[in-house]
Ligand binder design. Structure first.
Ligand code: DX5
Ligand code: ZN
Length: 216
């Protein structure tokens, strides 16, 4: 069984040197780079936009796992696709037509993800499971790094994995928020493919050790 892939979130990085932080993550063994885009409207926080992602693109060839916490999201899918995103993940609440938003992402040859907030049922992803490449299961309420992991998400991921195995076995499960060395085994046990880790990686005295401790 392959090890869980690690997508460190740069939300916890030093924003004054994001390029070098991304280079360090690649050197430390990251599999993807998780980029949290927040607009201060969909979530009560503001981070970076497509122009910054365009500049960051030259610092690594690792996949950019872009998590859009913005609404309305449709207006910006093209910008993030052209900026260099590889995976574009959106929240169902941020669009009036989830299927058309997913098709828009795919029209730019990007992988499409749907993110489920802790209170959003897996059924929200059910209707599009055959169209998407990834479900991002939030284990914190979106908006900030460094929050506590919500344990009920493990059962939710297990239920989602059963649905994925039935409907679209190629669809990946990514868990995002409060992931660390204490909850990684439980996530692996239910078949999670990728985890996002922000504060756990950036607060650790060695990014490499932190990442390795999650690649189980
Ligand atoms: C929260 C973001 C997460 C967050 C993860 O809205 O989507 O990606 O940055 O950070 P940690 O791992 O610190 O919870
Ligand atoms: Zn995220």
């Amino acid at each position: 069984m392959s090890s869980i892939k690690i997508s460190p979130s740069i939300l916890s990085a030093d924003f004054s040197k994001l390029g070098n932080e991304i280079k360090d993550l690649e050197k430390a063994g990251a599999d993807l780079i998780h980029i949290d885009v927040m607009d201060g409207h969909f979530v009560p926080n503001i981070t970076i936009g497509p122009d910054v992602i365009y500049q960051l693109r030259k610092y690594t060839s690792l996949p950019f796992d872009v998590h859009l916490m913005i609404s309305p999201v449709d207006n910006f899918i093209k910008n993030f696709a052209e900026a260099g995103a590889d995976i574009i993940t959106i929240h169902p609440e941020a669009t009036n037509d989830l299927v058309s938003s997913i098709k828009k992402i795919k029209s730019y040859n990007k992988k499409a993800g749907v993110s489920l907030n802790p209170k959003t049922s897996v059924n929200k992803a059910l209707s599009v499971l055959n169209l998407i490449d990834l479900v991002l299961v939030m284990s914190v309420n979106p908006g900030f790094g460094g929050q506590k992991f919500i344990p009920s998400v493990i059962k939710k991921a297990k239920k989602l994995k059963e649905l994925i195995n039935k409907i679209n076995p190629n669809c990946l499960i990514e868990v995002d928020g409060g992931v660390n060395d204490k909850n990684i085994q439980a996530l692996k046990n239910v078949g999670v493919d990728i985890v996002v880790a922000g504060s756990y990686v950036f607060n650790h005295d060695s990014k490499e050790e932190a990442i390795k401790s999650l690649q189980i």
